[in-house]
Design a protein. Structure first.
Length: 169
């Protein structure tokens, strides 16, 4: 019986040593490798999504190119600011308002400050302002003042910020 007790204790001792010497490092190694596999599988999923996005972009290339062209039209280069002012003059003419002055300021924050003074009746001024607000070229309204001469004619002074792609004029 003592022999069986010793044998049992020896086997228990061998099992404990085996656990700490052999199995525990293997479990730790397996845990590290499982963590690496999880990180790599997340990276593979990310790369697969990128490839899918590239395929989508490639398939929509013409649409994206058209969108970029529209963006460049909406945000003119600095050399195109005079062209934008001519376009505003054309909008004014088509709306029926009479431009009396236009002043261009010093560019800052990718905007060129422009002050316009014009006159017209309520209908033509409204038509001009609506056309200015919905114009493809991006302009922000900085200030606006309106006065009337009492006979229905309005005199308007408006400060605009013409948004452009930056650079020097």
């Amino acid at each position: 019986m003592k022999k069986h007790s010793r044998l049992g204790l020896i086997l228990l001792f061998v099992a404990i040593i085996g656990w700490f010497a052999v199995l525990k490092p293997q479990i730790s190694n397996f845990s590290d490798k499982a963590l690496k596999v999880k990180a790599l599988s997340t990276e593979v999923i990310s790369h697969q999504q990128r490839l899918k996005d590239i395929a989508d972009i490639k398939g929509k290339g013409e649409v994206i190119t058209e969108t970029l062209k529209l963006m460049y039209l909406a945000l003119p280069k600095s050399s195109q600011i005079p062209e934008t002012l001519v376009m505003i003059e054309s909008i004014a003419s088509n709306s029926g308002v009479v431009l009396s002055s236009a002043t261009i300021g010093t560019p800052s924050d990718s905007q060129v400050p422009v002050t316009l003074s014009f006159g017209g009746n309520t209908t033509t001024v409204t038509k001009f302002l609506d056309a200015l607000y919905t114009n493809v070229r991006t302009a922000t309204i900085k200030s606006q003042s309106i006065s009337s001469d009492g006979s229905g004619n309005l005199n308007v002074s408006i400060g605009l910020g013409l948004v452009y792609q930056g650079g020097t004029l």
